[in-house]
Design a protein around this ligand. Structure first.
Ligand SMILES: O=C(O)CCC(=O)C(=O)O
Ligand SMILES: [Fe+2]
Length: 320
């Protein structure tokens, strides 16, 4: 079977896009938002930060590139217009299988509050003493209660990206622990093109099909593709897909807006409650806050006396 990063548009169904993502390990949706929208996200981000704050100096992001995380705190529009893009959420709903879908339905309504997963049956030990027992999971079992933002970042490839970033998988942030777990897909990454992504300016390198490889298998150069795409497009990839930024050779620096979506039962790569403290979260829509993580399931992330769908509001959440 041959693998490739297929290019779709908003006209493709979310099912077709999700199928392509799950089959190939990555997929592009071309020009999903306008240049104006993405320019505004870029302007908000750059206006909120000094050059010193944007400077990078790490193994993956050497000096001479520009990066920032905590993006929802710097650019509310990043959340509202990019991370909450309904087409992307429809794909996430299919791939990450939350108990209640997060994408808006056709009539624009949202789904009900957090579900009862309904998987507990209880067995009697004796008299009124009981033991909770979970049904075993199958393909119809949700993969998470909901998904939330793992990190929101602007990643600008410039002169400092002299060689390709090491190819890596997003599972790297949870290694070596997840390699021993049999779990359904728990993380999907998205990279929005804030400028055109070209071969020469650092368009993300992706190895289609590598999500199915054993850890030890090494990519051959001809298996690496680049997510070349015009401004306003987005490339999605799975947690086991090898990828990395490409070196800068020519043209305008490559600005990418990165958002990962992660199952609620995993810790997030960037601590969203420090990155987006309550005062910054209050500037987002309620759905934006939910995506950032200001919500909870019945068992994880609750705060007694707060609303489970908006932890900034009083309400009834928590098992105590
Ligand atoms: O910027 C890119 O194209 C990919 C970046 C990436 O994968 C990372 O920094 O972990
Ligand atoms: Fe990465």
């Amino acid at each position: 079977m041959s693998y490739t990063i297929e290019k779709h548009t908003a006209a493709s169904s979310s099912g077709a896009i999700a199928d392509s993502l799950m089959r190939n390990g990555g997929v592009i949706i071309q020009e999903l938002v306008t240049r104006e929208v993405i320019d505004k996200v870029r302007m908000q981000t750059l206006a909120a930060l000094s050059e010193a704050e944007l400077s990078s100096d790490s193994e993956l992001w050497p000096k001479g590139n520009r990066t920032t995380s905590s993006l929802p705190a710097h650019s509310p529009l990043f959340v509202e217009a990019l991370a909450l893009n309904n087409k992307v959420l429809e794909v996430m709903d299919i791939v990450l299988k939350p108990a209640s879908p997060f994408a808006l339905s056709a009539d624009g309504s949202t789904q009900d509050a957090i579900e009862n997963l309904g998987l507990i049956k209880s067995e009697v030990i004796e008299d009124d003493a009981r033991q909770l027992v979970f049904e075993s999971a199958d393909d119809s079992t949700p993969s998470c209660s909901y998904y939330r933002l793992g990190i929101g970042a602007m990643l600008e490839v410039g002169e400092g990206m002299k060689s390709p970033q090491p190819l890596h998988r997003e599972t790297a942030i949870y290694q070596p622990f997840v390699s021993r777990m049999q779990v359904p897909e728990f993380l999907v990454s998205t990279m929005w093109a804030g400028t055109d992504f070209t071969k020469g300016n650092g368009a993300t390198r992706v190895v289609p099909g590598s999500h199915e490889w054993p850890e030890e298998r090494i990519a051959r150069p001809e298996q690496v593709q680049q997510a070349e795409m015009p401004t306003g497009s987005v490339v999605l990839w799975l947690s086991r897909t090898l990828h990395g930024a490409a070196p800068y050779r020519t043209g305008k620096p490559r600005a990418g807006f990165f958002a990962s979506y992660v199952a609620n039962w995993l810790n997030t790569e960037e601590n969203q409650y420090v990155a987006v403290p309550p005062e910054a979260a209050a500037r987002l829509s309620e759905r934006g806050r939910q995506l950032v993580g200001y919500r909870c399931s019945r068992s994880i992330g609750w705060v007694k006396g707060r609303d489970q769908n908006d932890l900034l509001k009083p309400g009834k959440s928590g098992a105590i």
